[in-house]
Design a protein around this ligand. Structure first.
Ligand SMILES: Nc1ncnc2c1ncn2[C@@H]1O[C@H](COP(=O)(O)OP(=O)(O)O)[C@@H](O)[C@H]1O
Ligand SMILES: [Mg+2]
Length: 322
């Protein structure tokens, strides 16, 4: 058995809006193992960020609320521990890089001060070791002339460099798990590869677990150990990189793969899966993918599919396999 250091069980996170209840996370289960890169993929709006924010109880409330479930971290349930304990875990045990880096860096403080602040808050080091650690972290994420650049403000850095600073800040207290929400999405191809390299290094050098979130399945091939495919607030499929790319089961996963740019240039490639992303308010009965699914059957519109184990590491929620 693999040991999960974080386990998400039956998680339900809803947003109570004027137009209705958005079931952003609707009974989601998965675990993160020590030292692995786990990638959470799915089109935008399928509940990836809501899942990540729920782990650290950072869902805006109102309108959001975690309705049910368990988030096991070692022997604790993060949904039930005290606020004080949770603040200890944030940063120290589980750190997060948020989807929008602009909103996470404060424009009025130097980047050095912002990383140092994290270290001061969580590790309570003296001034000098704090500054040394800040410098070391900035060098580790590949910021050139780090000693000088510590004194610069966020706007003086490029998008790629700002993302490196976000990573440095997240690493400041040596977390066991790093959650990175779309960390490469706003970046162009070359910079994106450089940032992915940092994540690969982190996994190798430290025994860190990474939850890497992206809407782009293409990004994850080079970094994931396992992949969780999410659709409409639910898990569609879970497997190793090999399972997902070479033995995909769920028609949604097939759809995502068909949309990947192809070097062998098949001309009939899709650019996106036909049909619309469902509203998560009053989702249809049955499988939430059935309205878009090319293989939809009668049962798919009636019953929500259970998760079926197809091989050792491979799990799919689809009536074709039950
Ligand atoms: N603050 C909010 N208020 C209302 N609905 C929200 C809020 N945040 C997210 N949602 C809804 O929850 C669903 C999942 O969103 P999100 O987790 O951001 O998706 P993803 O990260 O996969 O793009 C979407 O339908 C989105 O509109
Ligand atoms: Mg998101």
């Amino acid at each position: 058995m693999h040991h999960n250091i974080l386990e998400i069980k039956q998680l339900k996170t809803y947003f109570f809006t004027r137009s209705g209840v958005v079931k952003a996370v609707d009974s989601v289960n998965f675990g993160i193992r020590r030292g692995e890169s786990l990638c959470l993929v799915g089109e935008s709006g399928c509940g990836k960020t809501a899942t990540a924010l729920s782990i650290l109880r950072l869902i805006d409330s109102p309108p959001g609320k975690i309705i049910d479930g368990e988030i096991r971290y070692h022997d604790e349930d993060l949904l039930r521990c005290s606020g004080k304990r949770l603040r200890q875990i944030r940063g120290h045990g589980i750190a997060m890089i948020f989807q929008d880096p602009q909103s996470s860096l404060n424009p009025v403080f130097t980047v050095g001060d912002q990383i140092a602040e994290q270290i001061r808050m969580h590790l309570k080091l003296k001034r000098r070791p704090t500054m040394e650690r800040t410098l070391h972290l900035m060098e580790q994420v590949g910021i050139p002339r780090a000693r000088e650049r510590m004194k610069d403000y966020p706007h003086q850095f490029s998008g790629g460099m700002r993302q490196r600073i976000m990573i440095a800040a997240a690493l400041s207290c040596g977390p066991e798990i790093l959650i990175a929400d779309e960390p490469t999405t706003a970046l162009d191809t070359t910079i994106k590869e450089q940032i992915l390299d940092i994540f690969r290094d982190l996994k190798q050098q430290r025994e860190m677990s990474i939850l890497f979130i992206t809407h782009d399945l293409g990004t994850v091939a080079g970094i994931a150990d396992r992949i969780v495919v999410m659709y409409g607030g639910r898990i569609a499929e879970v497997g190793t990189v090999y399972d997902i790319f070479d033995q995909p089961k769920h028609p949604y996963t097939h759809g995502l793969i068909d949309c990947l740019p192809d070097i062998s240039a098949r001309s009939d490639r899709l650019t996106s899966i036909p049909g619309m992303i469902p509203s998560l308010i009053d989702p249809p009965d049955g499988c939430i993918f059935s309205p878009r699914c090319p293989r939809s059957m009668m049962v798919c519109r009636q019953k929500r599919p259970k998760e079926v184990i197809v091989s050792k590491e491979h799990l799919v929620a689809c009536h074709l396999y039950s």
